[in-house]
Design a protein around this ligand. Structure first.
Ligand SMILES: *Cc1c(COP(=O)(O)O)cnc(C)c1O
Length: 470
């Protein structure tokens, strides 16, 4: 499989190069040249297989030229053995035809672990092959950072720098990032928002000399390998619920950077019978507004109880744009240039129509999020975190609006463990969710991070000084 940039001006690359490149050199995102197809019989067969084996079948067509089968299977086995639930992404039934897919059984209790655990192994493998080092710089709105540091700490060939918005992540999230003691881990608190952090990282990637000097690699969901790893649970969950061509699934996905939901779109492109995908946002609703109004225009970021979705510039939306435009890189380039010039762009009717036919979007505000946590606790005794609650709230709205037939199974992705957001949970149900054993030790450990201004020069100086790849 070869990969092309959504903006058409970057070299066509194989999987390992895309893995290490992150952002394409023309500022675009890498996407596969074509979508491999899985037959419905193959998909149904996934119901009987362990998660790591399904992951192999789904991912192999995208990586086969760059990996050998035995070592890829071993990487997947190790990655998913780090989860403390055998199913990796188990289902929980909420109502007669409504389900949760719990994605938070990994080492940092965040769905980001699903991708990060395999990403770190893939990168290590690719670097070892070329006998070189890399520097990872990533931005986090909370969960990516912890999951990335957990996956990359202590790896020989990689230094990892994680930027988080100062004072805007939860205590549990911050401690997950700042307590590891390995010398290849660097935490930077930026005086700004997540969007500022993400813009800084993009700024580093767009400085091509710096990028080459420090062998910059990315772990944000601009990295194709992350999206790819997230395609897998759409298949396992659908297979478990008996998907057929006449029994299609719908998914509600709590969305920030459009990575997780784009993975669902990819699953659909590969042949998974999906009836509808629901974009579930908190009040940072750029994606819902884009769907309803046709114009992509960020507003100021508002801090919410679901901080991992406090995002207004939704990077992976560019990958969807590429598809909606009929894979027209010129069109994507033009829209992104509009965005850089005017701070917004508008979709054409031919782009909006297919988007509206396949996606729905709901904004779940803070009050509705809290109410959803409370109602679900009362009705089912289930404690949801605020991100998952945004997804559940959107799923309920979809049913009320009758956007899908009653007999279509509706699966909401549960993206974080409630213990990571104790304040919001306590406010909703009057009880503290408690800190699970596997992260409790971090609570009293010493924290290590530096605070930097929102300034690209200061950041690149810091990274250059500390990276061992220079
Ligand atoms: C990252 C994250 C999301 C959003 O995922 P995207 O791929 O950015 O849309 C949702 N919930 C949690 C808990 C997250 O960490």
């Amino acid at each position: 499989m070869k990969y092309v940039s959504t903006r058409g001006d970057a070299p066509v690359l194989g999987f390992n190069d895309v893995l290490l490149a992150g952002l394409a050199r023309d500022g675009g995102l890498y996407v596969p040249e074509s979508w491999p197809q899985l037959s419905i019989e193959t998909i149904q067969g996934f119901a009987k297989m362990p998660y790591a084996d399904v992951a192999f079948e789904v991912m192999w067509p995208f990586v086969r030229e760059d990996l050998d089968e035995v070592s890829f299977r071993e990487m997947l086995k190790q990655a998913y053995d780090s989860f403390d639930h055998h199913a990796v992404a188990p289902l929980v039934q909420l109502d007669h035809n409504d389900w949760l897919v719990e994605l938070f059984h990994g080492p940092t209790l965040a769905f980001k672990d699903v991708a990060m655990q395999i990403l770190s192994r893939l990168m290590d493998n690719a670097l070892a092959k070329e006998n070189r080092r890399a520097t990872i710089v990533g931005a986090t709105s909370g969960d990516t950072g912890g999951a990335a540091i957990e996956a990359f700490r202590g790896r020989d060939a990689i230094d990892i720098f994680i930027l988080h918005p100062h004072g805007r992540v939860s205590d549990v999230q911050r401690k997950q990032m700042t307590t590891p003691t390995e010398s290849n881990v660097f935490n930077i608190a930026i005086e700004g928002t997540f969007d500022d952090c993400q813009a800084l990282v993009k700024g580093l990637f767009n400085d091509l000399d710096f990028r080459d000097e420090i062998k910059l690699a990315g772990v944000n969901s601009i990295n194709w390998a992350r999206i790819l790893a997230q395609v897998v649970y759409y298949f396992t969950a659908s297979a478990a619920l008996g998907v057929t061509m006449d029994r299609k699934m719908a998914f509600s996905v709590p969305t920030g950077n459009f990575g997780d939901i784009f993975a669902g779109f990819v699953a659909h492109k590969m042949g998974l019978p999906i009836e509808r995908l629901v974009i579930a946002t908190n009040v940072n609703d750029i994606l819902a507004r884009t769907l309803h109004e046709g114009t992509y225009q960020p507003q100021g970021v508002v801090a919410t109880a679901s901080p991992s979705m406090d995002i207004q510039v939704s990077s992976n939306f560019e990958r969807l744009l590429f598809e909606l435009s009929g894979r027209d890189a010129g069109r994507v380039k033009q829209l992104m240039a509009d965005f850089a010039d005017k701070g917004s762009f508008s979709l054409s009717a031919t782009e909006l129509e297919p988007m509206r036919a396949f996606f729905s979007a709901y904004k779940i505000d803070e009050q509705a999020t809290e109410q959803t946590i409370r109602n679900l606790y009362k009705s089912n005794g289930y404690v949801a975190d605020p991100h998952s609650a945004v997804g559940i709230g959107a799923a309920i709205r979809l049913r009320v609006d009758r956007k899908i037939a009653d007999d279509v199974p509706l699966l909401t992705l549960a993206t974080a463990h409630p213990a990571k957001f104790p304040d919001a949970v306590k406010k909703a149900i009057g009880q503290d969710p408690g800190i699970p054993e596997k992260i409790r030790h971090q609570q009293d450990m010493e924290e290590r991070f530096v605070v930097l201004a929102n300034d690209l020069g200061k950041l690149s100086d810091y990274v250059r000084t500390h990276s061992r790849a220079v």
